[in-house]
Design a binder for this molecule. Structure first.
Ligand code: C2E
Ligand code: CA
Ligand code: CA
Ligand code: CA
Length: 279
């Protein structure tokens, strides 16, 4: 009826007003979050299916603000990108996670890879490689154990400068993985030319793996595509043993997800590594 229609419009207006207010609030609080020490990192294990062992961990950012509570990175990363705060936040993530890696190494566990998410805006900065180098020097992080997770949009403008940066990173021994694969617009041609070592298939592809018959064919093709391009393939968001079994059968190289582990605090990573010898 007309009445519900009107109510719906009102609801919608309230909703979007609420959204805008929240964005403004997040923006204000975010500008002070670094100074106020409100960020922390958690680390989610990546498991190698071919070698049946922990391959590494991915650093994931957490933000706890006194007024706003826990805010999800999917809510605040886009705001950090719009305001330019992503640069200082990104450097903080890189520095802190490298420090954690050095502490893990000192604790005597066999070193594993540290993966860090890099926003397209960070990657696009002219001094990206230089500032990364400075953090490696400062922290003592071994670049052979560092992996950068970049999205397709970082690579889209595949210009000379991007090519040069990737070549430099490659020289350091740094791995590059293509995050959220399947959600962007890479053409096959671009993909062929990208010097990335790992394709990370987005979680949205595994959610309906067994409910939609075509989905199996799609994910299978993505794995084969990666392999044909000499890349390793990682599936994120693995939650069930059925999914795992399917991925093993399809020769997927790495997996990540709640089935193995939720993201862990720094000290729990060492416990996890020591308690799990095989999966
Ligand atoms: P992402 O890089 O695709 O990370 C995977 C997300 O899926 C993480 O969410 C992780 O906690 C979640 N996840 C992992 N396994 C499972 C599972 O089995 N089931 C379900 N339902 N979820 C799972 P999170 O930590 O909320 O991060 C969301 C996104 O925020 C990340 O997506 C990434 O794009 C961004 N992000 C997080 N930390 C950083 C950072 O330090 N820098 C940048 N630039 N972006 C970050
Ligand atoms: Ca990621
Ligand atoms: Ca994803
Ligand atoms: Ca991502």
């Amino acid at each position: 009826s007309k009445r519900t229609g009107k109510n719906q419009i009102k609801e919608f207006e309230d909703e979007s007003k609420h959204q805008i207010l929240r964005t403004v609030e997040i923006e204000k609080a975010l500008a002070q979050a670094l100074d106020r020490n409100e960020f922390s990192l958690v680390y989610q294990p990546k498991v190698s299916l071919t070698q049946n062992r922990l391959e590494g961990v991915e650093a994931l950012l957490r933000w706890n603000n006194r007024e706003l509570g826990h805010v999800s990175p999917t809510d605040f990363i886009p705001i950090a990108e719009n305001t330019g705060l992503i640069h200082s936040i990104g450097s903080w993530v890189m520095r802190e996670s490298c420090r954690a890696w050095v502490r893990w190494k000192k604790s005597g566990v066999k070193p594993f890879t540290l993966s860090v998410n890099v926003s397209p805006l960070q990657f696009a900065r002219e001094d990206f490689v230089e500032s990364l180098q400075a953090i490696l020097d400062e922290t003592g992080m071994d670049p052979m154990f560092l992996e950068l997770e970049v999205t397709e949009s970082s690579m889209l403008s595949y210009e000379a400068s991007t090519r040069e940066k990737l070549a430099q990173l490659h020289q350091f021994g740094i791995l590059i993985s293509l995050d959220d694969f399947g959600t962007g617009y890479s053409s096959f041609r671009q993909l062929r030319e990208l010097p990335v070592q790992v394709l990370k298939i987005d979680r949205s592809f595994i959610v309906n793996l067994f409910t939609d018959r075509n989905q199996e064919a799609i994910v299978r093709s993505m794995i084969q595509l990666g392999h044909n391009l000499n890349m390793k393939v990682l599936m994120e968001g693995v939650e069930t043993s059925d999914q795992l079994e399917w991925l093993l059968n399809e020769q997927c190289d790495y997996v990540q997800g709640y089935y193995f582990s939720r993201p862990l605090r720094e000290k729990d990573v060492v416990k996890h590594v020591k308690s799990v010898t095989t999966y």
